[in-house]
Structure formats: C-alpha cells, structure tokens
Design a binder for this molecule. Structure first.
Ligand code: NAP
Length: 408
C-alpha cells in the first residue's frame, strides 16, 4: 500500500509552475484540468487561536480572522480540523523554543522580516476531513477522514482548517472518533521515528527484545508501550506509582516507580536491555547506558536533546556545530563501551501513520485521552499540559463538537 502511495503523492514542482504560468485550465497534454486554487472565494478567513509574539499563557489570542490556508504545491491538501491535541512542544514553541531553526525552515533564504511567522498557529495533531486536494493528489479525495502530525514549521491545527502535504496525511482509523484519533499522530510519529528509524526496531525483529521506556505515562510513552507490545517486545517502564495501573493496562510487563528512590538502583538488578527509549532526559544519561547489553548492537535513544536550544542560543551555524560536536563525542564515548548513543526526533510521516492506523483498527493500539477541551478553552488546555504529570493526551475539539464521537 505504501509503495502505491509514494508514487501518487510525489511532489512535481515543474508541473505547478507550468499550470500557474500557462493557460491555467489546460495542461500541456491538452486535457482540461482543475485550476490550482484555494477554496471558494468567500472563505478568506477562519477562526483560530494564534500568538502574535512569544511568551506565556497571555499571548494566546482567539480570532475569527486568521488567514485561510492556501494550497501552494500540487501535492497539498486542506483539512477541515475536527480535533487537535496539545504536546509539550506547543507550550515550548509558545515561549519561542526552536524559533531560530523553525524560522530558517519556513524562510530558508531569509527574505522575510523578523517576526514574519506571526500570527502563528500552534497545535501539531489533527484529525479531520479533507476539504480540498491539490492537482497531484490522487491517494486522497475530498471528504476523506484523515489524521496527521503537522511539522512544527507549518501553521498548526488550533484552527478550523490546516494545509498539509499529502505525504504527511493518512486515512484516519475507522474505529476511532476524531477526538480519539487526534491524540495519536504526533506522539506516534515521534515514537516511530525514534524506535524504527533511529532504533532499528521492526515488527519482525522485536519479539525477543527487552525494551526499557523511561517515562512511560505521558503521550510518547503510552503510545510506545502499545506499539512495542503489539510487536511482541518485553517492555519495562518507569513512571510514578500512581501511573502504574495505566501503563500495565497498556501492556507494560514490568513497571518501576521512579518516585520511590533512585530509579537506576532497581533497574540495575534487571536483565540488561536491547533498547532504551528516554522520554525524561536530564541525569538519566549518566546511568541509563549502563543498563544496555554491551557489544550486541543495543541502543539508547533519547528524545530530550539540546538541538533546538543550541540553535536558539548560539544561532544556526554555531548551534548546529555545537550539536554535532556534542552528539558525536557522546556517541563515540559510548561506542567504546559497546553500546550505541542516539538522539531521536519527531518526523512527520503519512506512511508510518498508515501502518499505525491498521494497528489501531486491529485493536492493538488504543487512544489514551486524559482530558478534552472545547475550542473556546484552548488556554485552559495549555495550562493542563504546562502542569506536566500527563497521563496520556490532552485533546481540543475544534469543529463538530462531540457529535462525531457519538457514532463510536
Ligand atoms: N525530540 C523530539 O522530536 C521530541 C518529540 C516529542 C517529544 N519530545 C520530548 O519527549 C519527552 C516526552 O514527551 P511526551 O509528549 O510523552 O511528554 P508528556 O506527555 O508531558 O509526558 C511526560 C511523562 O513523563 C513522566 N515523568 C516525568 N518525570 C519522570 C521521570 N523522572 N521518570 C519517569 N517518568 C517521568 C510524567 O509524569 P509524572 O511527572 O507524573 O511522573 C509524564 O507522564 C518530552 O520531554 C518532550 O519534549 C521530543
């Protein structure tokens, strides 16, 4: 299925410019085709939560006049957002985290003035319905129910509509409501990128593996436990004592309470691990790599990295240099001890979500929605995420209210 998808979703820029500069409704093969358009002309604005500068909770502003998204490339789609979800990165981005790197990604030639990203729409998860497709989109059609994780350099989902590359979008699992579906894409794409792309795990090679998840009760952890259990791994999880029931319910085989004392002590008594996914960071690096099986290809993958912090503080060039030196020296140091040290990053991926959608519909993965908020309560949803101690995900219903959930 994915290979078909790759063929039909490929971006073909010369074709766009041809369509835009030539006769807009006739292709070079002579057949009439739909013009590259946005939406009906009366839809130029939409409701959204935006920020006009970086700061605390006071910078969030609701407007009915946010710019309506535009299809710029023929492989893009406009999605009507039914539900969105918040992640720790939304709180961080509201405060300016990653601004240097994300600005470069949005405007690589540095043509725009400083602050051109505003008004900025946050929200990295979306579940909704395709409203319009670009000329080259053949894998999706208008009316399809889809889900996606939105790259942080793009406008987010705390709005009525969002534009995405079709490569980032996937058919939503049929067994989930939009509210449930919105809780999964960003953490799923992060866990997939860390465990599969960086960690080298697959459905086929997981069966005999021992995996340790540091921080299992939040968004990434609750998803990763389920995916690894579906693939047959043995999963040990660290979390607070009051989250033990949750993570066991998701399939964790062994749970260690990190609040009961130095967590590395009970972990050191266990059989060593093939892979560690670190969602906690900080001091964990000083002891976690010692829990890996040496000289067996075992990997430590941390999601808590200084990459964006470095570029924010030092600028793009020096920040990247610093990042490269840090990761290379740590990787080398641990390689001499027979274990691999890696940084994991979120990567948007429609094809990964296709596979995850199948796992959800097969009953292998469920949504873990801790709390839902109405579109009018976005500031309260941010406060919830900011407090920490997540037990799954915080979701925001954007349109359709809770109505869509009643079907499920
Ligand atoms: N590199 C990337 O691209 C990327 C992408 C996504 C996420 N991340 C990062 O990955 C981390 C996890 O993300 P998330 O979305 O899962 O966050 P989250 O939903 O906020 O969950 C964090 C969880 O960790 C628990 N926790 C806190 N301290 C802990 C400790 N010392 N030991 C064990 N558990 C602990 C928290 O509960 P209690 O405090 O109640 O124990 C909470 O359940 C965050 O730091 C996030 O910024 C990075």
């Amino acid at each position: 299925m994915n290979s078909v998808r790759q063929l039909v979703c490929s971006r073909w820029l010369p074709h766009v410019s041809k369509t835009l500069t030539g006769n807009p409704s006739v292709s070079r093969h002579g057949c009439r085709r739909r013009q590259l358009s946005t939406t009906s002309s009366n839809m130029t604005v939409m409701p959204a939560w935006v920020i006009d500068k970086y700061g605390g909770s006071d910078v969030l502003r609701f407007t009915k006049n946010a710019s309506f998204p535009i299809i710029h490339y023929p492989n893009e789609v406009i999605v009507k957002v039914h539900a969105a979800a918040l992640n720790p990165i939304d709180v961080s981005m509201r405060g300016g985290y990653g601004a240097a790197t994300l600005s470069m990604k949005r405007d690589p030639l540095n043509i725009n003035q400083t602050g051109s990203e505003f008004p900025l729409i946050l929200g990295r998860d979306v579940s909704g319905v395709i409203m319009e497709c670009g000329l080259d989109v053949k894998y999706f059609k208008e009316g399809d129910e889809v889900w996606a994780a939105i790259p942080p350099w793009k406008q987010g989902s705390l709005a009525e509509f969002v534009v995405l590359s079709a490569n980032e979008v996937s058919q939503k699992p049929k067994s989930l409501s939009h509210t449930e579906a919105a809780s999964i894409p960003y953490v799923a794409c992060t866990a997939w990128s860390a465990l599969v792309n960086t960690g080298g795990l697959t459905k086929e090679n997981c069966t005999s593996k021992r995996i340790l998840i540091l921080g299992g009760s939040g968004g990434v952890g609750t998803f990763a436990i389920q995916m690894l259990k579906a693939w047959g791994a043995h999963v040990t999880v660290t979390c607070s004592q009051n989250a033990e029931r949750l993570v066991r319910g998701l399939g964790a085989d062994h749970v260690v309470d990190y609040t009961a004392g130095p967590v590395e002590v009970p972990l050191a008594t266990l059989e060593k691990f093939d892979l560690i996914l670190d969602n906690v960071g900080g001091a964990t690096e000083s002891w976690a790599l010692g829990l890996l099986k040496p000289w067996c290809g075992a990997k430590y993958v941390t999601l808590v990295t200084p990459f964006l912090q470095n570029t924010d503080m030092l600028g793009i060039a020096d920040g990247m240099l610093q990042t490269g030196v840090t990761v290379a020296s740590k990787a080398l140091k641990h390689l001499t001890k027979g274990v691999h040290y890696r940084w994991g990053f979120f990567a948007p991926s429609g094809p990964a979500l296709d596979d995850i959608s199948e796992m959800v519909d097969a009953g292998q993965i469920r949504a873990v929605v801790e709390e839902q908020f109405a579109f009018s309560q976005v500031p309260q949803a941010f406060q919830k995420v900011e407090k920490g101690h997540a037990r799954g995900k915080t979701v925001v219903q954007i349109s359709g209210g809770g109505g869509d959930d009643s079907q499920h």
